[in-house]
Design a protein around this ligand. Structure first.
Ligand SMILES: C[S@@+](CC[C@H](N)C(=O)[O-])C[C@H]1O[C@@H](n2cnc3c(N)ncnc32)[C@H](O)[C@@H]1O
Length: 263
């Protein structure tokens, strides 16, 4: 679903997506493959950029990115404005005094990386896929990124976090899987579903409010699923922030971060 001055076709993008989530799912991508993915999905090779390192430089810097993570990651162009917006938002919320960020579905860890850099909070992260965990642990070591990354299910991480403080930031980005359809993203059908994750978060925090952050895709003007499903899942929570990505895809789809205060 990328754009390349209009040159990248939707079918080519979907074919590459299927390849990277299928046969190349846990394979480390080459420099050429990373640049190609950047071009197809983000309009230019450098659009695929993590930890401040653009796709054409990743291999030379010793980084490892797997096929699935090249698709699933939140890129710098979106994470950096999101971290900035969240910092500004927290500056106007004196009752929210977060002590940490928990990145429950770490993947590349780029969301936690940017939140750590902007908020200055310790980051704890969980990643279940052993191949993704190994690649991300490697990348963190190469770049000296200080994130406490566990090879664990998100529920194990929830069970061993520091004592909760109001406004701790919990990043919830489970794989979309079959939840993404031509009508949008049903956040109640991610793998695992967001409502169950919210129940686990609430149980772990025993009434201390936190900020739940997640990224969703809006597939276009005809999207009838994404926002209604968000409203249903977060009924009763305060919607604090919506941060659209600066660039949209050629198909009209765009991604946006949302933050809710959840008690
Ligand atoms: C959509 S990706 C996360 C993308 C991430 N925000 C990034 O910027 O790279 C979801 C990740 O969650 C991992 N995952 C799936 N189920 C999990 C679970 N139960 N606990 C922890 N991680 C899980 C997957 O292996 C995958 O790497």
């Amino acid at each position: 679903m990328g754009h390349d001055g209009g040159a990248t076709s939707l079918s080519a993008a979907l074919a590459l997506r299927a390849e990277l989530l299928g046969p190349a799912r846990t394979r480390v991508l080459t420099e050429a493959e990373l640049s190609h993915a950047g071009r197809v999905f983000h309009g230019r090779p450098e659009g695929l950029s993590l930890y401040g390192v653009a796709a054409p430089s990743m291999v030379g810097r010793g980084l490892r990115l797997l096929g699935r993570t090249a698709i699933e990651c939140s890129v710098d162009d979106h994470c950096a404005p999101f971290a900035e917006a969240l910092a500004e938002c927290l500056a106007h919320e004196p009752d929210l005094t977060p002590g940490y960020v928990a990145d429950l579905f770490c993947g590349s860890g780029n969301v936690g990386f940017h939140l750590r850099a902007r908020l200055g909070l310790p980051v704890f992260a969980a990643e279940l896929d052993p191949a993704v965990h190994a690649a991300t642990r490697h990348n963190f070591r190469v770049l000296g990124i200080d994130v406490d990354l566990r090879h664990a299910d998100y529920r194990e991480l929830l069970a061993c976090l520091p004592p909760p403080r109001p406004g701790d930031v919990v990043v919830v980005e489970p794989p979309w899987g079959a939840a993404l359809t031509p009508s949008g993203l049903d956040v109640a059908a991610t793998e695992p579903p967001v409502p169950g994750i919210l129940a686990d978060i609430r149980a772990a925090r025993a009434g201390v409010p936190c900020l739940v952050a997640l990224q969703v895709i809006v597939v276009g003007a005809d999207d009838t699923t994404t926002r209604p499903s968000l409203r249903r899942c977060f009924a009763g929570a305060r919607h604090l922030l919506a941060v659209p990505a600066p660039a949209s895809f050629a198909t009209g789809a765009t991604v946006e971060f949302h933050v809710y205060a959840v008690s």
